[in-house]
Design a protein around this ligand. Structure first.
Ligand SMILES: [Zn+2]
Length: 160
């Protein structure tokens, strides 16, 4: 694939994301509906309510190497978009699959389609899919402290 084709794919992807966000409000969870709390508050409020068990796991594309934008000066296009997207809409695990062909050329051996949950932005990417617990009743959302660190060495990630 030449550079022009790759740029075209990237542009199509950007357009598609914009369209998806604008037209499908079931895709991901809008951060406007989210109240970030710590795990203790989350658990206490959840246990004191009489809700059925309905917690949803959500993911946000983040990096502790960068500031609150989760974007570094040398972040790849794909990483910038995913950080921006998940800053607006946090994603369910199965929704991340939609992006498996969104970073052409950065998969194993330069493949165009790969598991972006596992490999994120490709070699040397500093991002992680941090897991959050979302309570749809209250909007309370806490960073899931039980998620193990994601070692980047062999690309292995913990259970989704
Ligand atoms: Zn990255």
């Amino acid at each position: 694939m030449d550079i022009k084709e790759i740029e075209k794919l990237k542009q199509d992807f950007a357009d598609w994301i914009e369209e998806k966000i604008k037209t499908d409000d079931t895709f991901g969870i809008d951060t406007d509906k989210i109240t970030f709390v710590n795990m203790e508050t989350f658990v206490n409020q959840y246990q004191s309510s009489d809700e059925d068990f309905a917690i949803i796991r959500l993911y946000r594309y983040e990096s502790s190497d960068y500031g609150p934008s989760n974007i570094g000066s040398n972040s790849r296009d794909f990483c910038r978009r995913m950080a921006r997207l998940t800053g607006l809409r946090m994603l369910r695990f199965n929704e991340i699959d939609f992006y498996n062909s969104a970073n052409p050329g950065f998969g194993l051996n330069g493949s165009d389609n790969y598991d972006v949950f596992r490999w994120r932005g490709g070699p040397n990417c500093k991002h992680k899919w941090n897991r959050y617990l979302f309570d749809p009743q209250t909007g309370n959302t806490a960073k899931d402290t039980s998620q193990p660190d994601q070692p980047t060495k062999n690309g292995m990630v913990p259970f989704a």
